[in-house]
Structure formats: structure tokens, C-alpha cells
Design a protein around this ligand. Structure first.
Ligand SMILES: NC(=O)c1ccc[n+]([C@@H]2O[C@H](COP(=O)([O-])OP(=O)(O)OC[C@H]3O[C@@H](n4cnc5c(N)ncnc54)[C@H](OP(=O)(O)O)[C@@H]3O)[C@@H](O)[C@H]2O)c1
Length: 430
């Protein structure tokens, strides 16, 4: 029997991930051909500067300055977009490839979080697969798990730690006792931060990933604007230590839930039980947790970024396309994805409150009364020794609506017995 023609890749973007893909295609050529039944080759590449030394021999590949021209080349069967950026050349070249009926594999969460619905419609209209495993949690095959392995489940919750840089900063603060600003500088020096660090520490990058998983999990159009975002910039070393005293660790936690009112999505610093899998997650590692009606809870853990892990995820998509697998980008036809229906702050949860109490008689009673009047009851409380005129106090509340908590903090401040602004963080609901 005649061997099938090789699948010829055109790769736009030769940075960390693009070079990783070139390395895997070369190193695993034989294995990939055996596993997919077809040779996988790279025919052409593109990046901004042709002369840059990338530590890899590019002479076997044709060069295009323009990624759109690369996507349209006759010797490119599959376009691999690894440039990044939600718009600009990444989107233009992706659209050009899809319009030409060519499959696209991308690691670009920003582009998909903002334009995922339109790109999925374009892909399906042209019968061209669009895949993005590498866009979510790096090397963890969570998109595949959701679209294929869990296809028989009604997914009720997706949660996880999806930004390794934030997890590195939070765990390093705890281990070193250094404040946020110092550890941020360290992370920058180590090259862990994006060119625009707010994408990482502001929770935006992780929010993009959560929005993509939520769309697949709940059969809804991707709704990044619906993610309630809060970054880690205001997490203090005091909060980290005090939370630990109460049996918790602070994580930038993403949660998307199906509720009767719609989909609730949030990415914010949250206390998780120290002994839970999420609580034990160290350094730059990611964790994605799915809950399905039939399967129960599934936990996936692994490297969320870096050359090898991200290129590994890109190649998983390339291999699926080589095998002829056809799955709509969000797991079901784009036209059947429900428009976003937001149910933000629908879930009641316990909170951790940290405040500095003035050293005066009846101060604690006034705080408890203010919370009670706002409908919030106290589960546990701990008072620390006075430091000067103030005594740090920690309170763990019973579950309440997040909107009630905002009002309650105003009431607590109005008592006049608290120094500075009280801090409140949500505690993950079981
Ligand atoms: N790095 C990770 O660990 C990771 C993990 C998950 C997902 N991702 C995603 O993967 C994608 C690539 O990330 P990366 O870390 O590999 O980025 P990177 O190292 O900054 O590389 C980007 C590449 O794109 C090229 N490029 C940028 N603008 C271009 C343009 N206008 N025309 C042609 N080429 C252009 C750059 O060319 P020059 O080299 O000539 O400047 C560079 O080779 C992004 O969407 C990112 O979010 C990355």
C-alpha cells in the first residue's frame, strides 16, 4: 500500500515554543510517524528577525518574513501559530490559514480568549480543524481530557492554578518570608514574567485559560470578559503566614462553575486547605481539576509553561490532525455554543478576614456586631499579641455572599476600632 503523503507544517514564531516544536519534530520523527501513520515534516518557518541565532539550524526550512504568506504557501498543509498576541499577525495568519481550509494549531490563549468564537466559526465553515491544547496549562493535556476523556459527563466545576509565575511568587514568598515586591523582582530577574507582567500577576493570562476551559466544559461561547479577575499584587506576606496558621495556603485560583443562574467564572487569590492537592502545589507547577457528574473529581498536575512542555502540547494537536481526528475547537459545533449567561458571585463561600484591632475595651465585640448586622457569622477567630497599639486579628466566617462581605467590611471600618483597611479573601468551597 502506498504510504500517505507527509503532513507539512508551516511554523510562525520561533521563540521558546517554536524552537521546542522544531526540536520535537526532528527528535521524534520516527515515533511520530509510527503513532500517526504519517510522516510529519516542517517545510517553512517565519519570525520577525531572520538573522537571529536561535540555537537551531534553520537551513532545511524555507523562510517567510510574512506569517500570512507562510499560512498560504502551497507546501504548508498545517499552520502552527506560535507568535502570540491577541490580534495582529497571529490573528491575520490564523484567519488566512483557516480561510484556505488548512488546519491550525496554536498556543495563543489571548487570541482564543478574545476571538475564540469567531475563529471556531471560521474553522468550521472551512472544514479546517483549530486546536489549542498548548494554550491552557502548558504541557497538561487538559483540553483533550475535557473534550474527549470526559465527553460523557456533565461538568459541574473547573478549577485550578493556571499561572506558574504567580504560584512561584506565592510559594517563594512563603518559603523565604520575603515581601511581594522583592519576590516579584526575583521572578523578573529569572525571566519568569511576561513582557507585560500584569498579564501574569494581574491574573489575565490565567483568566484567558479559565475562560477557554469553561467554554468547553459548559458548552458556552468563550466569555473572558465574564471572568471576575483579581491579581496577586496585594497579597501580603502577613496574609500568607496568617493563612498558614489557620491551615490554608493562598493560591491564584481559577474557578468556573455551572449554576442554575448561568456560568460563574473567577480568577482571584483564594485560601485553599494546606493539605489539599492544590494547597501542596509548589513553584511553577500548574494544576487543573475537573468535576463531572459521572466521573467525580479528576486532578491533573504538571508543567504549565516552558519550551518542552508547551511544545509537547503543540505536538499532541499536530499528531491528532495527522491521524485525521476531527473535533470542533470547543468540543461541539460553534453554532451550538450557548451565548454567555453570567452568574457572578452566585456561590456563597467562607472568607478569611485580617484586621488590626485598636487596643481598647470592647473593640472585638464591636467588630463582631458589625459583621453580624451585615448578616455574616463568625466560624473561627484568632487574636495575636499586640504590636504597639494594634492587635492583629484573623476571622474565618461561615459561607456568605461575596457582595455581603464588601458591605460588611465597610461596616467594620466604620466602627472606628480598626486600624487601616481590613483584608478579606475567599476560602475555596469544597
Ligand atoms: N513560553 C511558554 O512557556 C508558553 C506557554 C504556553 C503558551 N505560550 C504561548 O505560545 C506563544 C509563543 O510564546 P513564546 O514564549 O514562544 O514567545 P516568544 O519566545 O516571545 O516568541 C515569539 C516568536 O514570535 C515571533 N514573532 C513575534 N511577532 C511576529 C511577527 N509580527 N511576525 C513574525 N514573527 C513574529 C518572534 O520573532 P523573533 O524571534 O524574530 O523576535 C518570536 O520568534 C504565545 O501565544 C504564548 O502565549 C507560551
Amino acid at each position: 500500500m502506498k504510504a500517505p503523503a507527509p503532513l507539512r507544517l508551516g511554523i510562525a514564531g520561533l521563540g521558546t515554543v517554536g524552537v521546542g516544536v522544531l526540536r520535537i519534530v526532528a527528535a521524534q520523527a520516527e515515533t511520530l510517524a509510527l503513532r500517526t501513520g504519517r510522516a510529519i515534516e516542517v517545510s517553512a518557518v517565519s519570525a520577525r528577525s531572520r538573522g537571529k541565532d536561535r540555537g537551531i539550524d534553520l537551513t532545511p526550512y524555507a523562510w517567510e518574513d510574512d506569517p500570512v504568506a507562510l499560512a498560504r504557501r502551497n507546501d504548508v498543509d498545517l499552520f502552527v501559530e506560535l507568535m502570540g498576541g491577541s490580534d495582529g499577525p497571529a490573528k491575520a495568519a490564523t484567519e488566512a490559514a483557516l480561510a484556505a481550509g488548512k488546519p491550525v494549531v496554536t498556543a495563543n490563549k489571548a487570541m482564543l480568549a478574545l476571538h475564540g468564537q469567531a475563529l471556531a466559526e471560521l474553522a468550521e465553515a472551512n472544514d479546517a480543524p483549530l486546536r489549542f491544547e498548548a494554550a491552557v496549562a502548558g504541557g497538561i493535556p487538559c483540553v483533550k481530557a475535557l473534550t474527549e476523556g470526559l465527553a460523557g459527563n456533565a461538568i459541574t466545576r473547573v478549577s485550578g492554578v493556571m499561572n506558574g509565575t504567580c504560584n512561584y511568587i506565592l510559594t517563594r514568598m512563603e518559603a523565604s518570608g520575603l515581601p511581594y515586591a522583592e519576590v516579584f523582582k526575583e521572578a523578573d530577574a529569572l525571566g519568569y514574567l511576561e513582557a507585560d507582567p500584569t498579564l501574569d500577576v494581574g491574573g489575565i493570562d490565567a483568566g484567558h485559560k479559565l475562560a477557554l476551559l469553561a467554554a468547553i466544559a459548559f458548552g458556552t461561547q468563550v466569555d473572558f470578559e465574564g471572568v471576575q479577575l483579581q491579581g496577586i499584587e496585594r497579597v501580603s506576606i502577613d496574609d500568607i503566614h496568617r493563612a498558614r496558621d489557620m491551615g490554608y495556603r493562598i493560591k491564584l485560583l481559577g474557578e468556573a462553575r455551572r449554576t442554575p443562574a448561568g456560568v460563574e467564572q473567577s480568577m482571584r487569590p483564594t485560601l485553599v486547605p494546606a493539605e489539599s492537592p492544590l494547597g501542596q502545589l509548589e513553584g511553577g507547577t500548574n494544576m487543573v481539576v475537573f468535576e463531572g457528574d459521572a466521573v467525580g473529581q479528576i486532578v491533573m498536575r504538571g508543567a504549565g509553561a516552558g519550551e518542552g512542555p508547551t511544545a509537547s502540547a503543540v505536538m499532541a494537536d499536530v499528531a491528532d490532525i495527522a491521524r485525521g481526528l476531527r473535533i470542533p475547537p470547543f468540543g461541539q459545533p460553534a453554532a451550538t455554543l450557548a451565548p454567555p449567561r453570567r452568574a457572578n458571585a452566585a456561590t456563597h463561600c467562607a472568607h478569611y478576614i485580617r484586621l488590626n484591632l485598636r487596643d481598647e475595651p470592647g473593640a472585638m465585640a464591636k467588630v463582631a456586631t458589625a459583621l453580624g448586622l451585615a448578616g455574616i457569622s463568625i466560624d473561627r477567630m484568632r487574636q495575636y499579641d499586640h504590636a504597639g497599639d494594634d492587635a492583629p486579628v484573623l476571622i474565618v466566617t461561615h459561607p456568605c455572599a461575596p457582595s455581603d462581605m464588601a458591605g460588611a467590611l465597610d461596616q467594620v471600618t466604620a466602627t472606628g476600632v480598626v486600624h487601616g483597611e481590613p483584608v478579606a479573601l475567599q476560602i475555596q468551597t469544597p
